[in-house]
Ligand binder design. Structure first.
Ligand code: DAH
Length: 334
């Protein structure tokens, strides 16, 4: 019978360890000490004992009864205290918070901002929901220009759209702050396009420097410095004549392929060159839209895609990886 008491004590203790709510305590009291409880049913067998054994057994059972009562009261106290402490079970092991990181696109943007700020540029921004005037018209993109095609542009009603590039920030800054202007404008842009190298939302950085005496040489100087700081001084640049409605003359800038060092590979389509940005001298027509006398100043502008830079810098071959939120991908750059 002593063994039974011992076993009872052990199963009680185990059960008590599992009691995590104040409501668990009363049922346990009934189970162990109640009229039909476990201890009571052991005591009922007392009659089978000889008179010499009874006092010892009685004392042992009493001791166990007191132990159970005290343990239940203590545990109840503790559980009540925990629940008034805001439901925090201080006995549970702590949770380690997951550490977030800066998204690779944001960290590339910061890197580019640092480079341009050190060259005297300040950072400007504009709305992502733009109007037709700033996104197209004031940039010398006339109404029937293919860039306005419904397939590329996300339109709302009445001449409102999601900006298709960061170039409208050029217009907004010149309208607002006057001259001189030396800004970069990083931000989100939107086009109705989706495949391994296009996502409907992506990022660009726009650059604009307008001031008396600015020439193509300044444009080249800034872009050389920028590319060399980003990809290293051994990377060659090539300015290729091109066309943009808001610059004249215009040039696209290629860099020697950083994957194959110009030898020709899949990434550069065997040409040895990678197209990296668009640029040019601000078209005099653009100044007219922002009330600046085209005879009084000159300036240059450029625009580039951030995702493309990030893909080249880190050897990423699918643009969609940036936006699938797969932590296995993102945490490599955090
Ligand atoms: N806005 C152009 C685009 O999205 C990029 C661009 C080209 C911006 C030439 C410029 C520029 O400022 O001068 O394709």
């Amino acid at each position: 019978m002593e063994k039974q008491l011992e076993a009872l004590k052990q199963s009680f203790c185990e059960e008590l360890g599992q009691a995590h709510r104040a409501e668990d305590i009363e049922p346990m009291r009934v189970k162990y000490l109640g009229r039909k409880g476990a201890l009571t049913s052991i005591l009922r067998q007392m009659g089978t004992l000889g008179p010499e054994e009874r006092p010892r057994f009685g004392a042992l059972s009493n001791k166990l009864k007191n132990f159970i009562e005290q343990a239940l009261a203590d545990r109840l106290d503790e559980l009540k205290r925990v629940s008034t402490a805001g439901g925090v079970d201080v006995t549970l092991p702590g949770r380690t918070p997951r550490r977030g990181g800066i998204h690779i696109i944001n960290s590339v943007i910061s890197e580019l901002e640092d480079i341009f700020m050190s060259l005297g540029f300040t950072i400007a921004s504009g709305p992502e929901v733009e109007d037709d005037y700033h996104n197209f018209e004031a940039l010398n993109i006339p109404e029937h220009h293919p860039a306005r095609d419904m397939q590329d542009t996300f339109y709302f009603d009445k001449g409102i759209l999601l900006r298709t590039h960061t170039s409208p920030v050029q217009i907004r800054v010149m309208e607002k702050t006057g001259l001189p202007v030396r800004i970069i404008a990083p931000g989100k842009v939107y086009r109705c396009d989706s495949d391994v190298s296009h996502t409907p939302m992506f990022h660009q950085i726009e650059g604009l420097w307008v001031e008396e005496g600015i020439t193509l040489a300044h444009l080249k100087g800034v872009l050389y410095e920028f590319i060399h700081r980003l990809f290293g001084t051994d990377v060659p640049l090539r300015f290729r004549p091109s066309f943009f409605p808001f610059t004249e003359p215009s040039a696209e800038v290629d860099i020697g392929c950083i994957m194959c060092k110009g030898k020709g590979c899949r990434v550069c389509g065997n040409s040895g060159w990678l197209e990296i940005l668009g640029s040019g001298m601000v078209d005099p027509n653009v100044y007219k839209y922002v009330d600046i006398d085209p005879e009084s100043v000159t300036g240059f502008a450029f625009g580039l895609g951030i995702e493309r830079i990030a893909m080249l810098k880190y050897g990423i071959d699918d643009i969609r990886l940036f936006y699938e939120n797969d932590l296995r991908f993102l945490s490599q750059f955090a």
